[in-house]
Design a binder for this molecule. Structure first.
Ligand code: FE2
Ligand code: FE2
Length: 174
């Protein structure tokens, strides 16, 4: 156990979570390129901002490990699985499932922090728990919209334009 009390297993788990966040970033960047190839520039823009957000999540954990005097260990990233045959709705279903997977990982980290009586990690993870609820909500919202408008036509064009207006989310420093 390090001097400031981050357990060895928490250190390992946090490093694995950095990888999971960067895997998410990589997935969204690949999906952004896929949307560009479909000429859905608004979707592409939205996913590219999502890429930036996931990088920021990885950095938040990285900074936390350094702050706690723990060792940062960066792992190799996964090659994103992109299926060009998938409809846009199927792609966003995949996005939701991915975010649900990340939520379950965050919940496991929180359970570990409780077992360790590691209150510093719990405080950090509160931010991530909140963030995951928002991430799942926005994926669901896009899925709902896609179900309403379908995969082509004027309504999809308008939805694409709306998503293209997403501005950089102000990064909470919490
Ligand atoms: Fe994330
Ligand atoms: Fe995410």
């Amino acid at each position: 156990m390090s001097r400031k009390g981050l357990s060895q297993r928490m250190q390992v788990a946090m490093n694995e979570q950095i990888k999971a966040e960067l895997d998410s970033a990589y997935l969204y960047l690949a999906l952004s390129a896929e949307m560009e190839s479909r000429n859905l520039k608004g979707f592409a823009h939205w996913l590219r901002i999502q890429w930036e957000e996931e990088l920021a999540h990885g950095l938040k954990l990285y900074d936390f490990l350094l702050q706690r005097d723990a060792k940062v260990e960066l792992h190799a990233l996964e090659k994103p699985k992109i299926d060009p045959e998938q409809t846009t709705l199927e792609i966003f279903t995949h996005v939701l499932e991915h975010e649900q997977y990340i939520t379950s990982r965050i919940n496991q980290l929180y359970a570990l922090a409780q077992e360790d009586q590691d209150y510093g990690s719990q405080t950090l993870l509160h931010w991530f728990i909140e963030e995951q609820m928002e991430e799942e909500e926005s994926a669901r919202e896009i899925m709902d919209n896609l179900r309403l408008v379908g995969e082509s036509g004027a309504a999809l064009f308008l939805l694409d334009r709306e998503l293209g207006q997403r501005s950089d989310a102000p990064e909470d420093d919490g």
